[in-house]
Design a protein around this ligand. Structure first.
Ligand code: ADP
Ligand code: ZN
Length: 436
């Protein structure tokens, strides 16, 4: 497929020119924030930096960071950089890691956000002939509104389904011949499973592509979803604080997500020291929004851990690519002193032939961490004998031990006993936090 773009000139802009553009926008944006957001002005004053010190992206490192704690402290309107009467929309985070944070948008902010989502849709092959089924949640969560707006911009027929009611999702998908599916990867896996149960084969639907994000997912899960739905599955990344989904998206190459660098500068820092790391290092992703008017965060720490790749891409896009975040720095569990990301366990499960329906339960007994992984069997696997299942549990625990260096107790459970997610999946139950 020939690469297609929504905004070709920007998406394929030579890097030198792109950096120049970022520099010009940064100088203006820092002035805008300094003049209108007293909270950030105080942070800059404390650091002894003024807008006059910022001449371009080379000076970015002089600016103070912002964190989710700052947004909670300034809730609700402490970060507002325009009169509230100029705002037309509020959205909020899902609250995955604590109290929700809200974001506010001018009409221009909404327009630019929707452009970003449109870029993602077009990169996945969407055009005005397509029927785009959006089953991210609508409402305060940014997933539904973002992809909905992007789909309108592309001119596709948009189905604002929202999440849930899987029966109806399938009915509309079949009757209205949806060609592009947008939802969380865990919900896509559930839809694939439900289609199969209803006797549909992957070739029975008209879907060609899926745009899945809002939570971490592995390559193994991508393969499962692609096979189950008969589509090509594209990753999309974003967070409410930077507007929502569409900050970065995959092209047909599927080797990292292009960050929309005309709107956002990305940095990778050491999460412990805050030091900016050299190109190609793994670390915490930090964003500076260059165009947002109402809620223009500078050097916002996402807590997502990834690597940036500035090498040219065969699709022609020049914007840097971020690797799939393997999890947030605060998603990482420390079990018996070992760093564990749920994505590592998911990769093992899928490799060993299990579906991505699992839950990790960590607790503490007699000052020792307990580590249990519940994994659902498929109906075919469930016909095994008790001793067969026990052997499987041991084998799976061994495979996880090989990956992590520590072994869990694996519990293989009956089909359909682990709750399915229509939005972001809950993979970890850390009961230790309850005792502390
Ligand atoms: P919350 O922080 O409450 O979940 P959001 O709904 O704004 O709020 O979610 C943003 C977060 O979702 C990101 O910081 C990231 O951790 C996660 N996320 C979004 N897209 C992806 C993706 N494609 N892969 C992995 N994680 C993602
Ligand atoms: Zn590309």
């Amino acid at each position: 497929m020939e690469p297609r773009y929504f905004q070709k000139e920007i998406e394929t802009m030579p890097r030198e020119q792109l950096k120049q553009l970022q520099s010009e926008k940064l100088v203006k944006q820092v002035r805008h924030v300094y003049d209108h957001v007293p909270y950030y002005r105080d942070l800059m004053d404390k650091k002894g930096v003024t807008p006059d010190d910022i001449h371009g992206i080379e000076d970015l490192h002089k600016l103070p960071f912002l964190t989710k704690a700052d947004l909670r402290e300034t809730y609700p309107y402490g970060m507002l950089a325009v009169p509230l009467s100029d705002c037309v929309r509020i959205q909020s985070t899902s609250g995955t890691t604590g109290k929700r944070v809200i974001a506010y948008y001018t009409q221009k902010d909404v327009d630019l956000w929707e452009d970003c989502c449109a870029r993602a849709l077009v990169a996945a092959g969407t055009d005005k002939e397509d029927v785009v089924q959006v089953c991210y949640g609508y409402g305060l969560f940014t997933g539904g509104p973002g992809l909905n707006g992007g789909s309108h911009r592309v001119g596709s027929l948009t189905l604002p389904m929202s999440s849930g009611n899987t029966e109806r999702q399938i009915q509309f998908m079949m009757d209205l011949k949806s060609t592009v599916l947008c939802c969380t990867p865990s919900y896509a896996a559930y839809i694939a499973e439900s289609l199969k149960e209803q006797g549909y084969r992957p070739e029975d639907n008209c879907l060609k592509a899926g745009i899945f994000g809002a939570e971490p997912w592995t390559e193994e899960m991508r393969h499962d979803i692609e096979a189950g739905l008969g589509i090509k599955a594209y990753d999309i990344y974003g967070l409410t604080e930077t507007s929502g989904p569409g900050v970065a998206f995959e092209c047909a190459e599927q080797k990292g997500m292009h960050i929309n660098e005309d709107h956002f500068i990305a940095e990778i820092i050491d999460p412990d020291t805050g030091e900016v790391l050299p190109e190609g290092s793994r670390g915490e992703l930090v964003f500076t929004s260059l165009d947002k008017e109402a809620f223009p965060l500078l050097r916002y720490r996402t807590r997502d851990i990834c690597v940036l790749n500035p090498l040219p891409c065969s699709c022609g896009r020049t914007h840097v690519r971020m690797s799939k975040p393997m999890g947030r720095s605060d998603d990482m569990m420390i079990i018996r002193g070992v760093n564990v990301f749920p994505s590592q366990i998911e990769a093992v499960l899928l490799n060993e032939g299990y579906a991505p329906n699992y839950q990790i339960v960590v607790d503490r007994a007699k000052n020792n961490d307990t580590f249990d992984v519940y994994v659902e069997l498929s109906p075919e696997q469930f016909t095994d004998t008790v001793s067969g299942i026990t052997a499987r549990e041991k084998a799976l625990a061994g495979a996880i031990r090989t990956m992590l260096g520590i072994g869990p107790i694996v519990h293989l459970v009956a089909p359909k006993t682990i709750a399915r997610s229509e939005g972001k999946a809950v993979r970890v139950i850390d009961k230790r936090k309850l005792h502390d």
